[in-house]
Design a protein around this ligand. Structure first.
Ligand code: NAP
Length: 218
């Protein structure tokens, strides 16, 4: 098996434009796609747009539900080879005093989902001959602004978690698995670029890719 053909890939939070582009690119390249989301109508619309994908209704902030999803996917489809984490969200506030806990709690769901999904599927990624996990961070994670401190801090934490996954892959699946950070300023108009760069992860050397960060721009 070469490239992404016949690989099983899970899209964590798949119903945005980025999820649509990724699902289409993966199917076009011959991958088996499992699209997850928390809105049945949006998942059905995605499945209509990209025939052949599987969909799973799940709240990825629910630890037990994610563990159940991993077991069910493993049994019904097979162990996953790849994960693209797309759960995000954006909040801004007026300066440091405007960085509310309400906004923090909303943004932190993205990190919680990443932790749950990568933990539950970690054994699959490590066992795969070509495990790949990618997140989409923000360029503001390394250059935070006072009005988006909550957002940038959550993104920086997601990058730290992904770097820790890379450490795990280096120890548990050397030369096979890679955890990668893509970073954008804005994703609008870059959905296709993100999708093709994610597909291309299976054409690149795992050891070189692991722990790498790639800024995507138009
Ligand atoms: N958009 C940008 O300009 C931009 C800039 C920098 C970084 N990024 C990052 O790029 C990634 C993709 O961006 P996006 O704008 O497509 O993200 P998004 O709007 O946050 O949507 C991603 C997907 O996650 C789903 N989702 C949210 N919470 C969920 C949960 N608890 N369980 C299951 N699914 C859940 C959403 O479904 P619902 O529709 O049900 O919420 C949607 O399908 C994110 O990580 C984002 O932070 C985006």
């Amino acid at each position: 098996m070469t490239g992404v053909t016949d690989r099983i890939v899970l899209l964590a939070g798949a119903t945005s434009d980025a999820g649509l582009a990724a699902a289409q690119a993966l199917v076009d390249a011959g991958a088996r796609v499992i699209a997850t989301g928390r809105d049945r109508a949006k998942l059905d619309a995605l499945a209509d747009s990209v025939p052949g994908i599987s969909t799973e209704l799940v709240d990825l902030t629910d630890e037990a539900a994610v563990d159940e999803l991993a077991t069910q996917v493993r049994e019904s489809i097979g162990p996953v080879d790849g994960i693209l984490h797309l759960v995000g969200g954006f909040r801004r506030g007026d300066g440091i005093p405007g960085q509310s806990d309400v906004d923090w709690d909303a943004l932190a769901t993205s990190l919680t989902a990443l932790r749950h999904v990568s933990r539950a599927f970690y054994p699959d990624l490590v066992a795969s001959p070509a495990g790949r996990l990618a997140i989409v961070s923000s360029t503001s994670a390394t250059k935070p602004h006072r009005n988006t401190a909550n957002y940038s801090t959550v993104k920086a934490a997601a990058e730290a978690w992904t770097a820790a996954l890379a450490s795990g892959f280096a120890a548990d699946a050397p030369e096979r698995a890679a955890a990668v950070i893509f970073a954008v300023s804005s994703l609008a108009g870059l959905e296709g670029t993100l999708a093709s760069r994610f597909v291309d992860l299976w054409s690149e050397d795992a050891a070189t890719l692991n722990a790498s960060r790639h800024v995507l721009s138009a």
